[in-house]
Design a binder for this molecule. Structure first.
Ligand code: TXA
Ligand code: MG
Length: 361
């Protein structure tokens, strides 16, 4: 099946492997770390040389800050400067969602490295909900910087072999934690400014309603207007430094099409292309003009669509197709109980994956 599945750098997520990975992290090496969202490219976050390895391996611009991962919410305190009662209260409330797919942006403390925050005065922190990640973070007992374990602008990894595909030479090991449950990156929520409402900088699986229940106050989104559901599908301006237009992109050209369309966009009979159609939902039945038709979730289950999206885009990008067409998220046609933030997260990632002309980084 997958030639990388038994790659020598992929270690089973056993206590013994976790011990080896934890020692490698202390020694300044990079590790592929499973989380419930996507795999991370982990290094100790308190050492500039180790952090520099992340930026080099990913070819990531130094202007894009990293998330620090810790094993307990208490371990966040030395990393942040919560000098406002409002911020302290918001942190206590929001961190009740940890371990979980939530990253909190807070005022940084002096001890956090500039290379982690890209020189900014805030720091992003998260306690991931994956047993292997938690065990590793608790064992190593250091803040661990971990962006998604993909080369910059490519599709985030949701399986250990995805990490190997792009970063085999850079990592010491990848811990095998199976397929990521969520499959999309964490929700990034800023509570850095006590004078502004908590603000979602990057949409993920958490709904604003869930965040509001925990925080007991209104949460706004820098990327999503809640005035109408259809806004969920609209591409947003860059809110978080890493949210450039082009991101998550396969090498094969990808375009967004209406869910109702039944044949490739402007097919050229003189230049037959092998076009793959990826449907978000519905049957994977053949359609005229398409070399193949895949469906992410025949029943239209949004969690499954999120869970399968990156793996499917990576498989679609294996060279057998010249063009990928994927259904646009047209939120008006989703059931009324649909999580609008997850829908926005999927719509946002697809929009970015289709931006072939952008050159931000
Ligand atoms: O699910 C996730 O968050 C994964 C797993 C591995 O934890 N990590 C991840 O990291 O997606 P990365 O580096 O690929 O994306 C982090 C995002 C970027 O858009 C970055 O710009 C933003 O978080 N970010 C980091 N620090 C920030 C800060 N201080 N203020 C605002 N945004 C920040
Ligand atoms: Mg990333």
């Amino acid at each position: 099946m997958n030639p990388n599945a038994s790659h020598p750098k992929i270690l089973p997520g056993t206590p013994e492997s976790i011990r080896r990975a934890s020692q490698a992290l202390r020694d300044g090496k990079l590790i592929g770390l499973p989380t419930e969202t996507v795999y991370g490219l982990a290094a100790r976050g308190d050492q500039p040389e180790s952090v520099a390895k992340i930026f080099a391996a990913k070819q990531r611009p130094s202007t894009n800050p990293l998330i620090l991962h810790v094993g307990h919410s208490d371990s966040v305190h030395p990393l942040v400067a919560m000098d406002s009662d409002i911020t302290r209260r918001r942190f206590e409330a929001a961190s009740s969602l940890w371990p979980g797919p939530l990253t909190l942006v807070l005022p940084r403390s002096e001890s956090v490295l500039d290379c982690v925050t890209a020189g900014g005065n805030t720091v992003a922190v998260r306690v991931p909900a994956h047993p292997v990640a938690l065990r590793l973070l608790r064992e190593v007992s250091l803040p661990i910087a971990a962006p998604s374990a993909n080369v910059s602008n490519y599709i985030s990894p949701t399986r250990p072999e995805h990490v190997i595909d792009g970063l085999a030479d850079s990592v010491q090991w990848v811990l095998d934690g199976g397929i990521c449950d969520v499959g999309l990156e964490s929700t990034v929520l800023s509570i850095a400014d006590p004078n502004a409402p908590p603000t979602i900088l990057r949409e993920g699986v958490l709904s604003a309603a869930e965040l509001e229940r925990s925080l007991g106050e209104t949460v706004t989104s820098a990327t999503l207007s809640h005035s109408t559901q259809s806004d969920a599908a609209v591409a947003a301006p860059a809110a978080s430094p890493g949210m450039h237009r082009k991101h998550y992109s396969p090498r094969t050209p990808l375009r967004l099409v209406s869910e109702q369309s039944r044949c490739p966009l402007s097919p050229d009979p003189n230049h037959p292309e092998r076009v793959l159609r990826i449907r978000l939902r519905g049957a994977a039945e053949p359609m005229p003009g398409y070399a193949d038709v895949w469906s992410l979730s025949p029943s239209g289950d949004l969690s499954k669509i999120a869970n399968r999206l990156y793996d499917t885009l990576r498989r679609a990008d294996s060279g057998q197709f010249d063009q990928i067409e994927i259904d646009q998220v047209t939120s008006l046609e989703w059931p009324s109980n649909t999580n609008p933030n997850l829908l926005a997260a999927i719509g946002d990632r697809l929009q970015r994956a289709s931006n072939q002309d952008a050159t931000d980084h």
